[in-house]
Design a protein around this ligand. Structure first.
Ligand SMILES: Cc1cc2nc3c(=O)[nH]c(=O)nc-3n(C[C@H](O)[C@H](O)[C@H](O)COP(=O)(O)O)c2cc1C
Length: 168
């Protein structure tokens, strides 16, 4: 079906709602693409650019792919895709092909080399323009205890949004 480039903030409520529940699907990697679930992400204007900010722990297979190739897509599922989101958030691409497992179709990017998931109604194509790490000393004690008991502090990737598309 037709895919159209949509206004940056048109799907924002749906995007932020789905990020919270059940999660969104981050695709990274070109030669060996992978998909993982993310809940921690946001969208806004930074440095005069539309930016999607994602938080990815170094232990994730996806992290190694983001380090190899500075592009990614964020795919917004429907609530009916919660089971697939759970698979992508509990299994690692190191051991399996999650696209095949979830019956997701990886389609080629329009403006970037990383693909997107045909079955998700909205997706964002992003190019990483900056990265930094969560600084342990700057965090409230309870946040460190709750989220970083075993270390593995997130890296934060800032992706310039090159396109927002809707799969009809
Ligand atoms: C609802 C949900 C949200 C998640 N959000 C994040 C996140 O924002 N950042 C992160 O590093 N891991 C997050 N995870 C965990 C990863 O998705 C999970 O570890 C995944 O198996 C990593 O896959 P990979 O090894 O193929 O990259 C989340 C998991 C779930 C179920």
């Amino acid at each position: 079906m037709e895919i159209e480039n949509i206004d940056l903030f048109k799907g924002i409520t749906e995007t932020l709602t789905r990020l919270n529940d059940p999660g969104a699907l981050l695709v990274a990697g070109v030669q060996r693409p992978n998909v993982m679930t993310i809940g921690w992400a946001t969208i806004g204007i930074i440095w005069g650019m539309p930016i999607c900010v994602i938080y990815v722990r170094p232990s994730r297979f996806t992290h190694s792919l983001l380090e190899k190739h500075a592009e990614f897509t964020v795919n917004i599922p429907t609530v009916e895709q919660a089971a697939e989101v759970m698979v992508c958030g509990t299994k690692s691409g190191r051991e399996m092909d999650k696209f095949a497992e979830c019956k997701f179709t990886l389609e080629p990017g329009k403006k970037i080399d990383v693909g997107h998931i045909k079955e998700c109604p909205i997706y964002y194509e992003c190019r990483t323009v900056h990265k930094n790490a969560v600084v342990p000393d700057g965090l409230p004690h309870n946040v460190r205890q709750t989220y970083y008991a075993s270390g593995d502090y997130h890296d934060i990737y800032y992706g310039e949004i090159l396109g927002v598309f809707r799969n009809e």
